[in-house]
Design a protein around this ligand. Structure first.
Ligand code: M6R
Length: 595
């Protein structure tokens, strides 16, 4: 969701290509508009519009833009519709300062009214523009830019990071408050970005500003100042050794397919990480003794939490309360006590809904733990300890490898809680490899028969219910068809009326629930539905279903984990067949940092 990048060079240079490259690397976050600004000899050149990076760059000849400093921003609309005027960066009233932000200024509407009343030239509805005016209003009153930023910080409510370039200056000024911002240091240049991957092709020398810090970038200097009193903060840069391979497609046509195939390997790595984790025993102990144990998350991470809840119950006899993060506040926060424990689960570690629930839980004295993929994310900083997912970068908007590692993480914890030997789980990555191999041809064939389908169901029971829900989310997310996930036994309580001849229904069958799933299959096939089953190689399933996608035999929780792989692949193939880009589905963002 939104991303900013800025660069300061020693002398004027061809910045257009650098800004396009940085913008391309930020696209995985999701966006609807893009803009670039360069500053050359006190003049700002601003080009921006709705659309993809390449088309906006081509339309506005961004490649020819030159300057000593440059900013690019990718916008995912929250305040103000996607439009050229709302696209970022934004100018101040007189057009002699330009800036852009990432995040959400929650009092944007009030601030805009104040700026208009003060006579500032407010052109858009966008909260990025408010960041620029919030600083401008104090500069106009005679403050130096650093003091103006400190005062603006008091006015701008919400979580954000922004960067500013005054025209008659040679530096960039940025502020971090709740949104990601990383600084890169190169030879004769410095840069900053909303995330690390977009900096890596430019430099390996990195500095990580913290919330409440102002960053001043010169071409060969980086200064950090405390927002509170403006004092200089000393922090050493670090050298990042990660390769860029992990953020490239590695020969696959899409990141999603690459990430699907990375699942066995990242599961292996996660197992080792958990074996070595110094925090596991404390987390297990607290979970075991908790009065109530909540699993709090959104989207795919919520489905993993549902799977975790089944694993804790079945493997360790421990009841948990899985809850969608925003619903935690009205439904559970009022009842929380110091004896409760919460596991907050998020790939990005930045999902605002989850962070809001975390804040509400902590206010009531709950002990919070986390499970997150992005190390250094807000969730990892504000939980007592945060267990890893170890997936590396997940670029594709649809979560795949982070889902399976979340589920794996929960199974591992449930094993530990039950006193079972976690070494037994070491077979799982191999089973995942086998599954991918076994299902690939049948899933590709199945996808080709579902080209025109705009409506379907995925049904599961017990450990496979969360998998059915996750499969439905994947299908909706990237095929744009409607697909509803549901408990198989609920289907007869209403949705059965939707069934017509050849209506596709995917059942996810666990090894212990085959007779129940068969009842469900017969209820729908008797009315003409096409029952597609994902499950173990079982004669009863073969005899009753129209099609069976066979996965390897495995115990219940592991079988469920394997069953998500064909659903991920099916969504992927259907999306590609429909001419969509599964990595960047329309309207969606990888990291949802807004309420
Ligand atoms: O980063 P998070 O795990 O907190 O994100 C939560 C959801 O936004 C996310 O899982 C979303 O549902 C996925 N894009 C689905 O593939």
């Amino acid at each position: 969701m939104c991303g900013i990048f800025g660069i300061v060079k020693k002398e004027e240079d061809n910045l257009g290509a650098i800004l396009i490259g940085a913008a391309e690397r930020l696209t995985y976050r999701g966006y609807d508009s893009v803009g670039m600004a360069t500053i050359s000899n006190g003049k700002i050149d601003l080009r921006k519009d709705v659309g993809k990076v390449d088309s906006v760059a081509e339309k506005y000849n961004v490649g020819e833009m030159r300057g000593q400093r440059g900013i690019t921003q990718l916008r995912w609309a929250t305040f103000g519709a996607p439009s050229q005027i709302n696209a970022q960066p934004h100018l101040d009233s007189d057009g002699d300062m330009v800036g852009a932000h990432n995040g959400n200024v929650v009092n944007n509407i009030e601030l805009r009214q104040q700026f208009i009343a003060e006579g500032l030239n407010v052109r858009s509805e966008n909260d990025g523009e408010s960041c620029v005016h919030a600083v401008e209003r104090y500069i106009k009153k005679g403050y130096e830019i650093i003091d103006a930023m400190r005062l603006a910080y008091g006015d701008l409510k919400g979580d954000y990071a922004f960067v500013l370039a005054p025209a008659n200056d040679d530096k960039l000024y940025a502020l971090k408050k709740g949104s990601g911002l990383v600084v890169g240091i190169g030879e004769d240049f410095t840069c900053l970005s909303s995330d690390l991957p977009s900096l890596l092709p430019l430099t390996r020398e990195i500095l990580r500003p913290q919330d409440g810090e102002i960053i001043i970038l010169g071409h060969n200097s980086v200064e950090l100042r405390a927002i509170t009193d403006g004092t200089v903060i000393e922090r050493d840069p670090e050298i990042v050794t990660e390769t860029m391979d992990s953020v490239q497609k590695g020969g696959y046509p899409h990141f999603m397919l690459k990430e699907i195939h990375e699942q066995p390997q990242v599961a292996r790595e996660l197992h080792n990480l958990l074996d070595d984790s110094p925090d596991i025993d404390e987390v297990i102990e607290k979970m075991r003794n908790a009065r109530n144990l909540y699993l709090v998350a959104c989207g795919t991470s919520y489905h993993a939490s549902l799977a975790g809840s089944v694993s804790f119950a079945q493997l360790a006899g421990r009841a948990t309360i899985p809850v969608l993060a925003p619903q935690f506040m009205p439904q559970y926060a009022p009842t929380v006590t110091h004896d409760d424990v919460g596991i907050f689960v998020s790939q990005s570690g930045e999902t605002k809904d989850v962070l809001n629930a975390l804040a509400a839980a902590e206010a009531k004295g709950m002990t919070p733990y986390g499970i997150a993929n992005v190390i250094g994310s807000t969730l990892t900083q504000f939980t007592n300890s945060c267990l890893p997912l170890g997936c590396g970068y997940e670029i594709s908007v649809p979560a795949t490898k982070t889902f399976t590692n979340q589920v794996y993480n929960f199974i591992y914890l449930a094993y530990k809680m039950a006193g079972k030997d976690t070494a037994e789980l070491k077979v799982v990555p191999e089973l995942m490899e086998k599954t991918l191999e076994m299902v690939a041809p049948s899933v590709a064939d199945l996808a080709s028969t579902l080209d025109d389908v705009q409506d379907m169901y995925t049904l599961g029971y017990g450990a496979t219910l969360p998998i059915a829900l996750e499969g439905a989310l994947k299908l909706k997310e990237i095929t744009y068809a409607h697909c509803e996930g549901m408990l198989s036994t609920e289907f007869k309580h209403g949705p059965l009326s939707a069934v017509t001849e050849n209506y596709p229904i995917i059942f996810v069958a666990g090894p212990n629930d085959i007779p129940l799933i068969i009842s469900g299959i017969n209820e729908v096939t008797a009315r003409g539905a096409r029952a597609i089953v994902i499950g173990p190689d079982d004669e009863r399933l073969r005899a009753n279903a129209n099609e069976l996608i066979v996965i390897p035999d495995a115990p219940e929780e592991i079988s469920a984990l394997l069953a998500v792989l064909p659903l991920q692949l099916l969504s992927y193939h259907m999306s590609v067949a429909r001419g969509y880009d599964p990595d960047f589905p329309r309207n969606l963002s990888k990291t949802l940092t807004v309420d």
